[in-house]
Design a protein around this ligand. Sequence first.
Ligand SMILES: [Zn+2]
Length: 277
Amino acid sequence: MPELPDLLYVLKTLRERLVGREVTAERVREPVVLRFAVRGNLSLVLGRSLHEIFRKSHFLVFRFEGLDLAVNPMLAGRFKLSAPGAKAEGSLAFALEFGDVELRYLDDKSMGKAYLIATDDWKAIAGMQTGGIDVLSPAFTRERFASLLKRRRDQVRVFLLDKKALDSIGNAYADEILFEAGIHPKTWCRSLTHDDAVRLHRAIVHVMSEAVAEVERRGEPIEVKVRDFLKVRLKESCPRCGSKLRTAGVKGMDAYFCPRCQPATRAGLVDWTRTGK
Ligand SMILES: [Zn+2]
């Protein structure tokens, strides 16, 4: 899944290139990713101009007059801008041509979903989870975060990934944030102290806004996922203390963490500092 910084960069780039332009052609290669909550098919957008593109949860929404095309790239989906007529990728699912530029949606696994709906008809979309606080907005205050945290009965990493609470953090940045805050991924939310909560809030804002700036600074084509600046995710050793990084299963997801900088906070967890490795 593209993480928030990737999605914001894609959004900004697509806005600059496509908003105000008219759809001149469409093609569909992988119909399984398209769902229609209106009668018709993708040709409904032909001749319509693109009014706006915005993010709603993990969807990018392309707003045409009377119609919204909402795309959730899921695990493997990517957007790409190409010259019309350039050789199509094997993973091309569908494309919209805007005069001299073509927006392609590529998906190696065909797991992403694109919904064509009447304007604002969000209830037509299964899995449209909203309600989480945008962690990059001014509404995401320390107090608001603390009150969310107080109600949780789960592990801190599960909470960070909950899209109904926070909009939005994925696997890669959950690891970076917990590393930054020095908190073990399997820590129960209820055992976090006030100081932990303050540090965690600060880490979320810091890690996510730095990542947004870094992805933008790189200026790669939008189909490229910029991840090499991450400190712990998929890495071997801790950049702070040099310890070998470990993984822990948290609700079926692999969490990367440093056993020394993020010490265990619960009985029964493997104490990696004592295994001698
Ligand atoms: Zn460390």
